[in-house]
Design a protein around this ligand. Structure first.
Ligand code: 2M8
Length: 428
């Protein structure tokens, strides 16, 4: 992200200072909220990028603490919850009383992609204090491995890919990829739901009311089944093999395997998991579409078109031919939509340029794709994604951006947009 990028208005130093201000403003005791007001707790996969942001800011203790705090909420099965409600705050719905998981600290009862495991490996490799790096990784290791083992054990689908039991587990909540499996999910039984997100963000940028009622319908079903994290794919009315989740899990296992030996740990088990999850991901490749597609277990078919959940497979390390085919399609999109990579296919009827995961550009998706491209040697394409992302974040660290005009929308002063900018500014 060099300063001389065409269109740059801010210097690296100015951008850096603004990004640090966002993280500082969102920092709580030992963890960082994604956005004040909109998301006032600790979110699982957000913690990964946020930890990298703290490291890039030189605040290594905060970086490690972000991860240890998250992992301290791990369930005995190995599941790491997608939200940890560290304190009371009624500005978010559904809060702990709806989840009613009975856990201390209060948490949701579903997970999110295990990006924090990759963040731990990155922190370990980069931390200038080697003693702290070794001690921190060694203390996180059993929990991270238990998480990945639980994913392999309790969330392996018929194609060998990883199963999500709620769209929230994908992190890409209202992606058009979930429309078909969600269409058979019953809505929550009670009449009244108290959405708070629409108090902060315009309703046309958020999931629909029907989707929300179905999200809560799934929570109802899992709660009624007693939050048994060993059998959630059977308990949920929504069970889908997700390429994005699988890619992040496969890469997490590979990242842990790659640093194990230098920390005096055994890398054989994470290497085995990486191979197994990587094979599951490949099983989701749809050669006719030229994209990775989710598989709906209950409907017994592949679903969705070209969306971000298939594209982030690039982060895992995939065959070059698959990367090329997906990026050729992305290049076609960028003729009409200059604001970098939309999260859904622009000529699909489901596309909506401002509605959350149905079209807008997200810094995290760009970062995952650019990193995967770079590692696979697609240097020029990776640089293009970064340049496009820089033009967005210079306007402010928004939650997401309209790909038609690059306007920053959704929540503002958003943690991972700032954190990943810091990572790029610091680590190239
Ligand atoms: C969004 O999801 C939460 C539910 O988990 C929500 O809409 O209330 C998603 O963008 C998700 O990926 C993200 O982790 C979370 C916090 O940033 O917000």
């Amino acid at each position: 992200m060099p300063t001389e990028d065409v269109g740059s208005r801010l210097s690296d130093a100015e951008l850096r200072e603004r990004a640090i201000d966002v993280l500082v403003g969102n920092h709580r005791e030992g963890y960082t909220v994604p956005a004040v007001g909109l998301y006032p707790f600790q979110w699982c996969w957000d913690s990964g990028p946020i930890a990298l942001g703290w490291a890039a800011a030189g605040r290594w203790n905060d970086a490690w603490t972000e991860l240890t705090r998250l992992m301290s909420a791990q369930w005995p099965s190995g599941m790491v919850p997608h939200i940890v409600f560290w304190h009371e705050d009624n500005s978010y719905f559904p809060g702990p009383e709806i989840w009613a998981t009975g856990r201390t600290p209060p948490s949701s009862g579903i997970t999110q992609p295990p990006l924090p495991a990759s963040a731990a490996a990155r922190l370990f490799a980069g931390d200038p204090d080697r003693e702290r790096a070794v001690a921190s990784l060694r203390s996180l290791w059993p929990g991270l491995m238990a998480w990945l083992s639980w994913i392999e054990r309790a969330r392996k689908g018929p194609n060998g890919a990883n199963v999500i039991v709620h769209p929230w587990e994908s992190g890409m909540d209202n992606s058009p990829s979930w429309d078909q499996p969600l269409s058979v999910v019953p809505e929550v039984s009670n009449e009244h739901i108290e959405r708070r997100d629409v108090a902060t963000v315009s309703e046309d940028q958020r999931p629909s009311q029907r989707e929300y009622r179905q999200y809560l319908g799934i929570v109802d079903a899992l709660r009624a089944a007693g939050w048994d994290t060993e059998r959630q794919p059977a308990d949920s009315p929504f069970a889908v093999e997700d390429p994005g989740f699988t890619a992040i899990a496969a890469r997490a296992a590979a990242d842990l395997a790659s640093v194990a030996a230098s920390a005096g740990l055994d890398g054989r088990e994470p290497a085995r998991l990486a191979e197994s999850m990587g094979a599951g991901l490949e099983a989701l490749w749809d050669d006719a579409l030229g994209w990775y597609r989710p598989y709906d277990i209950l409907g017994r078919c592949s679903v969705g078109r070209a969306t971000s959940t298939g594209l982030v497979a690039i982060w895992a390390g995939i065959p070059d031919a698959h990367t090329r085919r997906m990026m050729e399609r992305v290049d076609l999109w960028s003729h009409s939509l200059p604001g970098s990579i939309p999260t859904a296919q622009p000529d699909d009827p489901s596309f909506d340029p401002i509605r959350y995961w149905r079209g807008p550009v997200w810094v995290l998706v760009n970062w995952l794709v650019a990193d995967g491209l770079l590692r696979a040697g697609f240097t020029e394409r990776a640089a293009r994604v970064r340049t496009g992302t820089r033009a967005l974040v210079e306007q402010g660290f928004s939650e997401y951006y309209d790909p038609r005009n690059s306007a920053g929308i959704g929540g503002q002063s958003f943690s991972w947009s700032a954190a990943l900018t810091l990572d790029w500014l610091t680590n190239g």
